[in-house]
Write a protein that binds this ligand. Structure first.
Ligand code: SAM
Length: 270
């Protein structure tokens, strides 16, 4: 059994099928076997794993070696055709030819593990789509910029509404850095593998509405928090409310922790 995550093997497959990596589908294939093996090992083993974007099957192959069942969504019909050959020896892999963002995930009733090298052009929408699932753990490879945002702390330029929301649901850790040379074609930026493990969470408010509020607070990053809040309701004296919570009225949105946002939301709407 040939390892697919290998430069010459991947090149030979693409050449034989007369295909090239498609930029519009975010196709950067992993060609470093040790990186791919490490990602699969970080992910875990046993049970069912869900992959988004199997491509030529580099990661899928390693997952199929470790898990009882692999379910993988691929948008590109040419990749689906190739996967029939590259993964023909694995009867525990199911390829679904579909745009993952349009997938009906209601059939996934059991908690599930996720492992993927995500297409960079839709990383955030895919993350939000994955929130529909009951996740055991999620190991994903993303561009460094996204991993920095997902793991960012307050008072850094990477800290955003996305950091707050994802860190509310998960403990998120960068487990590995991956260089551009590990891909074909080479992306312009470095990447990281991050692992998400669900954490205990509860909010006294509707989560969706609360996180929409947090997003509004970050709408214009250069503006102060008060000025962002004014876009919600210009009549409210937000400066006074911030002061009553012991917060400086001239701060920007990135100064507040999740707890601060919970207190602010409570003061405004509870
Ligand atoms: N897993 C392979 C690897 O690591 O070598 C390929 C990863 S490549 C970064 C992203 C893959 O996601 C491509 O195969 C691409 O065709 C697929 N893809 C892009 N958009 C998708 C979508 N909306 N739904 C499912 N797959 C998608």
């Amino acid at each position: 059994m040939k390892t697919i995550a290998n430069y010459s093997v991947s090149m030979e497959i693409l050449k034989r099928y007369e295909r090239r990596a498609k930029k519009h589908f975010g196709q950067n294939f992993m060609i470093d076997p040790s990186v791919v093996r490490n990602i699969a090992t970080y992910s875990g083993e046993g049970g069912t794993v869900l992959e988004i974007g199997p491509g030529l099957g580099a990661l899928t192959q390693q997952l199929a070696e470790r898990y009882d069942r692999v379910i993988a969504y691929e948008i590109d019909p040419h990749m689906v055709e190739i996967l029939k050959e590259t993964l023909e020896d694995y009867d525990n892999v199911e390829i679904i030819y579909q745009d993952f963002l349009k997938a009906d995930l209601s059939a996934f009733k059991e908690p599930i593990t996720i492992c993927a090298n995500l297409p960079y052009y839709i990383t955030t929408p895919i993350l939000f789509k994955l929130m529909e699932l009951d996740i055991i753990a999620m190991t994903i490879l993303v561009q460094k910029e996204i991993s920095d945002r997902l793991t960012a702390h307050p008072q850094t330029k990477e800290y955003s509404a996305l950091s707050i929301q994802m860190q509310y649901y998960f403990d998120i850790k960068t487990v590995m850095k991956v260089s551009k040379e590990s891909f074909h074609p080479r992306p312009n930026v470095e990447s990281s593998v991050i692992k998400f493990v669900p954490r205990e969470h509860s909010l006294p408010y509707d989560e969706q509405t609360f996180f929409t509020f947090v997003k509004k607070c970050f709408q214009f990053r250069r503006k102060t928090l008060v000025n962002n809040l004014k876009t919600i309701d210009k009549e409210v004296n937000y400066a006074e409310i911030l002061e009553s919570l012991g917060l400086d009225p001239s701060i920007r949105a990135d100064y507040l922790t999740l707890d601060d946002y919970v207190r602010l939301y409570g003061a405004l709407y509870a």
